[in-house]
Write a protein that binds this ligand. Structure first.
Ligand code: SPV
Ligand code: MN
Length: 612
């Protein structure tokens, strides 16, 4: 057995609770070596991973990795929130008693790192010095080196973040043990994997994957599930799957901040990284803070709602990322950025990479190209048109590689939040934007957020797969309690943020074309929202919110027909009344839903009925 004490001494880790935790898990997992890492170890670890073939070179300062073929996404069915209080059971959190899950995970992890190195990763999910830093510190242990390399990109990593702890016990214990990936029965009745957050003990136990949100425990498990639970238990904050951007009006010098939640595949990363349309670029600058997580709290001094991105990087979906959809993402993974690609297509000879949507057609010369499973494209049978890259393939890069990263992204203070938006992918019914000024109606709108079922087989036509606040996979406690906590936190703020629901995806029912151009032009409805909040425009009141008039929207340079514009700036009363029935059923599943939310639902319903 290794001398863990000597390793911890050498790394300068004095905190007795951290030392005890590391020793416990080194012993239980049977790791052969223990290594404490910091961001400064990145180039050495990259060199080791290249040497061992875990990473392959993908251009100057770019790296390529492939995960096990049955380990390419988060597994929601295997993800559990466990606590010691059955009242924490919700509809979506897969609650189980801590007393059941902890011994089960310990059994699976026992001896499972034999022969491997256990890396110790002290991290912080907050800008240093932030008001929420006490809930942001953690120590991940992992037995996979590529997980360390991803954590260094996605979180602030280093032993110094443990020194700042006011309470030496207040760090999240984040245990990741990979397991024997080829023998875990992924997706079978005998599935061995479990991804457990023991939320009231601030302990994360993930077993059976080395991919993404299953393995980078700072991101989803701590940044969302544990953060949400802590925010509620402390009554201090919200942890949300939100992007966060700044919009600077260069004429007035003022910067506004908008955060918001979108179910997956609704364009959240593209929105977070967008640039102003060329014709508006002289007046407005859009800056990037984060594309996936925001923690929100009321700032003690100003009394305003503040937000920050707890992450340090972007774990973005590669598919369809190109010069048109997201040029800033491409710049953030250019040579020299030390980005890591996972599960895209790779050319073993030229070290080029490719994914669906990177260019309209795949490379014509298939020589040297491997698909995401590592199989040569040239060996494919005629007619095999399966994707070269996995649809959930990713790029991992640090925030400051994004060209329009906000100057103050690392500032301790965070930023005041002016607006909270929700958006799905809805082919009809949802207008381009509808603004909501009432708090309970805004929260109600977030709770009834959803994405369209992608094929009719998946559900009732026109019915959404509801994804409250885009947090369905990350809910940590009961949804009714969550709604009440959300109302309290945001409701305590001076100068309430304005809410809005946006939809870039309305389609013409006849020929299927998108009615709104989207991408950079999405800044236009957001500018209108800020103007509405400032009282510079009034919009048009509808039963489901305030909609811009065609004259109020800045459409300078936008190619859209009057007919399409009229459609995206109006609401379809019959479709909305159908939706209200679905919403009622959806909300009825949840215990303790605050009366204010039901009142909002009834108000919107009555207004729709009155207009019909
Ligand atoms: C998501 O699935 O919402 C992600 C990626 O942000 S992962 O970290 O894999 O969860
Ligand atoms: Mn996400």
């Amino acid at each position: 057995m290794v001398d863990v004490d000597a390793t911890l001494d050498e790394a300068g880790i004095k905190n007795p609770h951290v030392r005890e935790y590391v020793k416990h898990w080194a012993d239980l997992t049977g790791a052969e070596r223990v290594e404490v890492v910091s961001a400064a170890d990145d180039s050495r670890l990259i060199a080791e991973a290249l040497e061992d073939g875990e990473l392959l070179p993908a251009g100057d300062g770019l790296y390529y990795s492939r995960s096990y073929v049955k380990d390419t996404a988060r597994s929601e069915e295997r993800t559990i929130v466990a606590t010691n209080d059955p009242k924490d059971k919700g509809v979506y959190n897969n609650w189980r008693p801590a007393s059941e899950m902890k011994p089960m995970l310990e059994d699976r992890m026992r001896g499972a790192s034999k022969g491997k190195t256990m890396y110790v990763i002290p991290y912080l999910m907050a800008p240093p010095g932030n008001a929420l830093a006490p809930w942001a510190a953690g120590v991940q242990v992992t037995d996979t080196r590529t997980v360390v390399l991803h954590m260094i990109r996605m979180a602030r990593v280093g032993a110094e973040f443990l020194e700042a702890l006011e309470d030496p016990e207040q760090f999240v214990r984040a245990v990741h043990v990979t397991g024997d990936l080829e023998n875990l029965g992924q997706g079978t009745p005998d599935d061995q994997r479990y991804f457990v957050t023991v939320a009231d003990e601030r302990t994360i136990l993930h077993f059976g994957s080395s991919y993404g949100g299953n393995a980078l425990l700072g991101k989803i498990a701590h940044g969302l599930r544990q953060g949400a639970y802590d925010g509620w238990a402390s009554r201090k904050f919200l942890a949300e799957q939100y992007m966060l951007i700044g919009i600077k009006d260069k004429q007035t010098g003022k910067t506004y901040h908008i955060c918001g939640g979108f179910p997956s595949a609704s364009g959240k990363t593209n929105l977070a990284m967008m640039l102003a349309p060329d014709v508006l670029g002289d007046r407005y600058h859009v800056s990037f803070y984060g594309d996936d997580i925001a923690w929100l709290w009321v700032d003690e001094e100003s009394g305003k709602l503040y937000g920050m991105n707890p992450e340090y990087g972007v774990f973005g979906v590669a598919k369809d990322t190109n010069e048109g959809t997201n040029p800033t993402a491409l710049a953030s993974i250019a040579e020299g950025t030390h980005a890591i690609f996972t599960n895209i297509a790779y050319n073993v000879e030229t070290h080029e990479v490719w994914w669906e949507g990177r260019t309209p057609q795949p490379p014509a010369d298939t020589h040297g190209w491997l698909d995401w499973t590592g199989s040569p494209i040239a060996d494919r049978e005629n007619g095999d048109d399966s994707p070269w890259a996995h649809p959930n393939s990713r790029f991992t890069t640090q925030l400051d590689n994004v060209p329009n990263i906000a100057d103050d992204y690392n500032a301790a203070a965070g930023v005041p939040i002016d607006a909270i938006i929700f958006g799905g992918r809805t082919r009809d019914r949802e207008p381009l934007i509808r603004a909501i000024t009432d708090l309970a109606e805004g929260v109600y709108d977030g709770l009834t957020l959803g994405a369209e079922a992608t094929s009719a087989a998946e559900g009732v036509e026109g019915m959404l797969r509801y994804d409250p606040m885009s947090n369905r996979p990350f809910m940590a406690y009961g949804e009714g309690d969550y709604a009440e906590h959300y109302l309290k936190i945001v409701g305590a703020a001076k100068d309430l943020p304005i809410f809005a629901h946006v939809n870039w995806f309305q389609k013409d029912p006849e020929d299927g074309h998108y009615l709104w151009p989207g991408y950079r032009d999405n800044l236009r409805p957001l500018l209108w929202l800020l103007q509405l909040k400032a009282g510079e425009v009034t919009g048009r009141q509808t039963p489901v919110g305030i909609i811009p008039t065609a004259e109020e929207l800045n459409l300078d340079g936008v190619d859209i027909s009057d007919k399409d514009l009229e459609t995206i700036l109006s609401i379809d009363n019959a479709r909305w009344r159908q939706e209200m029935g679905f919403r009622e059923e959806h909300l009825q599943q949840f215990d303790n839903m605050p009366e204010a939310i039901w009142e909002a639902h009834r108000r919107v319903s009555a207004a729709l009925d009155a207009e019909a």
